[in-house]
Design a protein around this ligand. Sequence first.
Ligand SMILES: Cc1cc2nc3c(=O)[nH]c(=O)nc-3n(C[C@H](O)[C@H](O)[C@H](O)COP(=O)(O)O)c2cc1C
Length: 275
Amino acid sequence: MSDPYESALTARFGTPVDLGGEAPDDPWIKAVLSRRTQRRYDARPVPEPVLRLVLAAALSASSKSDYQQASVIKVKERAQRDRLAALIPDMPWIGAAPVFLVFLGDARRLERVSRHPIDNGTLEGFFNATVDAALALQTAILAAETLGLGTCPISVLRNHIDAVGEILALPDKVFPVAGLCLGYPAQAGFVSMRLPPETTVHRDRYDEAGLAAAVADYDRRRDARHSIKDRQKSPERFGEAEFYGWSEDKARQAMTPEGTRFAGWLKAKGFDLTK
Ligand SMILES: Cc1cc2nc3c(=O)[nH]c(=O)nc-3n(C[C@H](O)[C@H](O)[C@H](O)COP(=O)(O)O)c2cc1C
């Protein structure tokens, strides 16, 4: 019997993925395998009940210890959105998306509701709140996509943390994890090829023996589908690469530090991540 996921898996990983037998044929899983970020939206507004449904689904995500440390800001006022969008002019979808949300790690609420002297400004408190917000973000993404919307998370907000904190009036121990653009997609978009499961899923213990060869293969597969040779980052700094694949592109990207003010800002907002 043929694998109902064969084409979706090959699109996602650029190579067939052996499921090791027959798996239940599920249309939602196929949609997840084929999901993609969308940065262009048509003018159709997102109906309020749809947005509220997406948020209700997002807040149904798992939560570490049931502490419920995710919060969301719906940025409704045009002036508020414009102030955020103006910080990042090279990502015009932040201002143009029909809906813009900001997912927050909220290590504050637990302290506020407690009659006991909790210190949630530790690394553990920060990390738990981050994970809760990230799970809510991804659940919002999948819920929105299920309802025909397109989304784009926006972590570059944290590159402008002082301004973002002020615009959103963030109190101590509340921090942005990422924004989220939402709207009905204006184009089909494309499936972004992922590293193969053999590279990212380990058996019994961590094993990077085949990493270099697997990444070289992946670079080639990705290049064959969608070459970025003509979009090399910072050639004046790194030179023109003869072969320019994903790993070189990401290495160059990571050479430019991001979020350099974040640690200092968190400290000023009551976190001590050495504790
Ligand atoms: C936490 C997070 C932050 C992101 N931040 C941005 C961003 O600031 N701007 C942007 O255009 N895309 C952003 N993205 C989208 C990623 O670039 C995108 O998910 C990635 O290229 C893989 O593409 P795919 O989601 O279509 O598979 C972000 C994604 C995540 C998960």
